[in-house]
Write a protein that binds this ligand. Structure first.
Ligand code: HH2
Length: 263
C-alpha cells in the first residue's frame, strides 16, 4: 500500500492545482513501483495535528482519487484515508473501494453505515484517543493485549453495523499514542494481533520511533529502519504494508517472503 498524501503548503488556487497534480504523479509512480493499493489522504494525522474540515479535505482528495482511479494501471486499488463519511462517500463515488479509517469508526458515527451499504473493504486502526493529544504520556496495561481487545471490540462493532467480517482489515496503529517501546512490542508480538483472524495492516514507514532508534535521523533517512520493521511484520503474519517507498520496501518484502516461504 503506497502512501499518497495531499496536504497543502499553499492556500492559493495555483498551489491547490499543483498540489493535486503532484499527488497524482506521485501516485502513478508508486503504482508503477508495484503498489497494489494507493492510500490517498487529505488530513494529517501526525501527533499534535489539528482536524481539517470535511469540505477542505474533500477539495484536496477528490481530484486525486478520480484521476488515479482512471489512470493507475488496471487492478490498482484506491483506498481513502479518512475518518469522515462525507469524504469517504465522495471518494467511493470517484473510484476508491477501500476505506482506511484511523479512528476505527469512532469519530464519525455515520461512516459505518456507508461502508456497510457499499460493501467495501475497510481498515480499522487502533489509536489512543485522538491525534492532537495521543502522544501525551501514552500508557497501557499490556500494550498488545489492550490493542488486541480494542480491535476485537471494533470488529464486533463493525459487524453489528452490518459490515461483513470478511471486509474488515485490522491495524495496530504504530505511532498512534505509543512510545518507542510500545511500537516495538506491538511489532515483536504482531502474531497476537494476526491471531484475531483478519488481515493485518501495518504502517511503520518513516515514523518517529525509527528516527529515535537511529540517532535522531530525519524522515528521509528512515528507509532502512522502515524495511527492517516491515520485514519483521511480514514474518509475524502481516498482510498489508503501508509505505512511502514502495519500490525499496517491496524488494525487501519480496526477498523476505521468499525466505520465509509460504505459510
Ligand atoms: N499512519 C498514518 C496515516 N494513516 N493508516 C493506517 N491504516 N495505518 C497507519 O499506520 C497510518 C495510517 C500516518 O502516516 P503518514 O501518512 O506518514 O502521515 P500523515 O498522517 O501526516 O499523512
Amino acid at each position: 500500500m503506497g502512501v499518497v498524501n495531499v496536504t497543502p503548503d499553499s492556500f492559493s488556487d495555483g498551489g491547490r492545482f499543483l498540489e493535486a497534480d503532484a499527488a497524482i504523479e506521485h501516485g502513478l509512480k508508486l503504482a508503477g513501483d508495484g503498489a497494489a493499493i494507493l492510500d490517498i489522504g487529505g488530513e494529517s494525522t501526525r501527533p499534535g495535528a489539528d482536524p481539517v474540515p470535511a469540505e477542505e479535505e474533500l477539495r484536496r482528495v477528490a481530484p486525486v482519487v478520480e484521476a488515479l482511479a482512471g489512470r493507475a494501471p488496471a487492478g490498482t486499488r484506491i483506498s481513502i484515508d479518512t475518518t469522515k463519511r462525507a469524504v469517504a462517500e465522495a471518494a467511493l463515488d470517484a473510484g476508491a473501494d477501500i476505506v482506511n479509517d484511523v479512528s476505527a469508526l469512532r469519530f464519525d458515527p455515520e461512516l459505518a453505515d456507508l461502508v456497510a451499504d457499499r460493501g467495501v473493504d475497510c481498515v480499522l486502526m487502533h489509536m489512543l484517543g485522538e491525534p492532537r493529544t495521543m502522544q501525551e504520556d501514552p500508557r497501557y496495561g499490556d500494550v498488545v493485549e489492550d490493542v488486541r481487545a480494542f480491535l476485537e471490540e471494533r470488529l464486533e462493532h463493525a459487524t453489528s453495523m452490518g459490515i461483513a467480517e470478511e471486509r474488515v482489515w485490522l491495524d495496530p496503529g504504530i505511532g498512534f499514542g505509543k512510545t518507542v517501546e510500545h511500537n516495538l512490542e506491538l511489532l515483536r508480538r504482531l502474531d497476537e494481533i494476526v491471531a484475531i483472524g483478519r488481515p493485518v495492516v501495518v504502517g511503520t514507514s518513516r515514523k518517529r520511533f525509527i528516527g529515535a532508534l537511529t540517532g535522531g535521523k530525519p524522515e528521509d533517512e528512515r528507509l532502512p529502519g522502515t524495511i527492517a520493521t516491515n520485514v519483521i511484520a511480514l514474518e509475524r503474519g502481516a498482510s498489508v504494508f503501508r509505505v512511502h517507498d514502495v519500490a525499496e520496501v517491496g524488494d525487501g518484502l519480496r526477498v523476505a517472503a521468499a525466505t520465509v516461504g509460504p505459510r
